[in-house]
Design a protein. Structure first.
Lengths: 355, 355
């Protein structure tokens, strides 16, 4: 048995994987694989409809928003958000909280001016900046809700005079969110929602069509809305697995239930890090992520032997990102708290051996 | 047992589906699903490397070309081809052979001028135009090698004074192609190469960087080449299934072997259509597709009962596209000739009953 702490593509529920594997052989008794049926078949249309319904239900998406399943990951949305929302000659505001925010900023500059309202770059993004002013003449304000690499997370979303655009790739469906507070939410599926290869977009309809810019079909949210995420052949399998994962989440009690579990997982793990003399958390206490728990060894020579011990215990994916070092325990929705306890036991055993 | 004549996402080899399903549960003995391992893991990098190698080997891709696995389907390439190859204020030439060519033309117009060198629109695209002149001042000449909806196919590729860009979505790896004759080849995977959700791009490196246009990262072939198709998280599962399908093709003897099989499948089916008094082929004889065999009933009232008979025999996906009507037998690489014989038998039985 493996305990998958990988940062993404990350752990998925075992029952979802079993159903997905079965559908690869025979989808719903059709005698055909899910991989070889038409996306226009009633069977697949039902999958997409259910995926959209589950997003709306689990996230209480209000009227006036559209839910899309697109391709290309959050990196594509870094460009599509300004392509669709930032008028020529206009300005967008960004909060720089890490590499992903930085890449989003880079792409926005192709379409207009960017004002970085605050950054924590000088401390290698170990905290989320506060006390900034969002310009009222910006087309939107862009934030990254969770920063996988540094283990920071916005605990509260800022009040904003302009529409908020949020990259939720690494904490979508892990905590309750008031969708009405956002103009655009996007997320690559491969952390909490499904496998790599599909991107969720939730967009407020009345923000669209205001840039004065002509947008090629595949990059145009309006075209994708009109096509019901099927302007062209969608990534059927990735949507199916996402639907199964959302269904699993609903059966668990939805977002509030998983949020309570996630809080508990994070709490016990940070407690151990704070208690254990051999380890130290990376992020500012008030900004600690409940998805990616980044920590380092007080003694750098402990790093390799600890990873070796983890490996022996079936703990995988714990190595930290190269720009931070140390360890990163990604504790996404599908990771059971029992796996967190296995990690905590390993940390205690290691401390015992090395005291 | 089903006989899958669907136009796409289309039939995949049974052994590929079995391996894909197994990998969804446990990938290569890692104890983890392929869906929940890092794209940066050595295990997945080996998959991507093998997929690229197989493309190069099966298609004899010469030096100076890059092979990419991207997202967004051919519809995204309709925009990315001109984005990357058509200079601002420049011109591109297009051959209009159907709806897909038409969509490609529409997207190109966002980036420059388009000259349609010839069209068969007036006959609802039942043939491939000839006797046209490719302007020597065009940045490239765009063609669609096979037209799924109308059942037409370019039997020979035109000689061109400018680089040829080819949408090979529906016949890639079904026939031998001299890659050196092309500047850019792209193809959605979901007909002959794999499942929906990944797009193959083969691009001649020295054509890039000449538009004078700044291109966002995800839309920039050069960035994707430098990132080895991993500028961001790729669609891992779709790439894996494509790799397995390419491996299956190699084991069968590669493209020349499958081309011989495809020719035979098309030959026996067209022979039956031509012989059978109840059916009539749609496309001009010299342009008949070896991938999508489109035919209609001489008597429109025969349509429904014939589809019913097919259904009873496990023949699926035979209904023609709404813009052509009748029937479309897609006989992609993975469809065994035995399935074609089952269809032929059904046609004979139906003719016998209705004479």
């Amino acid at each position: 048995m493996k305990h998958n702490f990988g940062a993404g593509p990350g752990i998925l529920p075992h029952e979802v994987l079993k159903q997905a594997a079965a559908a690869v052989i025979d989808f719903n008794g059709t005698g055909l694989s899910l991989l070889e049926i038409s996306h226009r078949s009633s069977e697949f249309e039902a999958v997409l409809d259910e995926a959209v319904s589950l997003v709306k239900e689990l996230f209480s998406v209000p009227e006036g928003y559209s839910v899309l399943f697109l391709q290309g990951g959050a990196s594509t949305q870094f460009a599509l958000a300004p392509y669709n929302l930032l008028p020529d000659g206009g300005k967008a505001a960004y909060l720089e909280t890490g590499v992903w925010a930085n890449k989003a900023i880079k792409e926005a500059k192709f379409f207009g001016d960017v004002e970085i309202v605050a950054t924590s770059k000088e401390s290698n993004f170990t905290y989320i900046p506060t006390n900034y002013t969002i310009p009222t003449d910006a087309a939107y304000f862009h934030i990254t809700s969770n920063n996988t690499i540094y283990g920071t997370q916005l605990q509260h979303f800022p009040k904003s005079p302009v529409p908020v655009v949020c990259d939720m790739s690494s904490d979508i469906f892990s905590r309750t969110v008031n969708v009405a507070d956002f103009g655009l939410i996007y997320a690559g599926a491969q952390k909490n929602m499904g496998p790599a290869g599909v991107t969720l977009v939730i967009v407020k309809d009345d923000l669209l069509g205001k840039t004065g810019r002509k947008i090629p079909a595949m990059f145009n949210y309006q075209v994708q809305i009109e096509g019901g995420s099927m302007y062209n052949t969608p990534p059927c399998f990735a949507i199916y697995v996402s639907m199964l994962t959302l269904k699993w989440l609903k059966a668990k009690g939805g977002v509030p239930a998983i949020e309570a579990e996630n809080n508990e997982k994070a709490k016990v793990l940070y407690e151990e890090i704070d208690r254990n003399p051999l380890f130290k958390a990376v992020a500012a206490v008030e900004d600690r992520s409940r998805m990616n728990v980044c920590f380092v060894s007080e003694n750098p020579e402990h790093e390799k032997p600890f990873l070796k011990l983890c490996d022996e215990k079936g703990i995988v994916g714990l190595k930290g990102h190269r720009s931070v070092g140390g360890f990163r325990a990604s504790i996404y929705n599908a990771l059971p708290i029992t796996s967190v306890y296995v990690l905590i036991d390993a940390m205690r055993e290691f401390a015992e051996k090395n005291k």
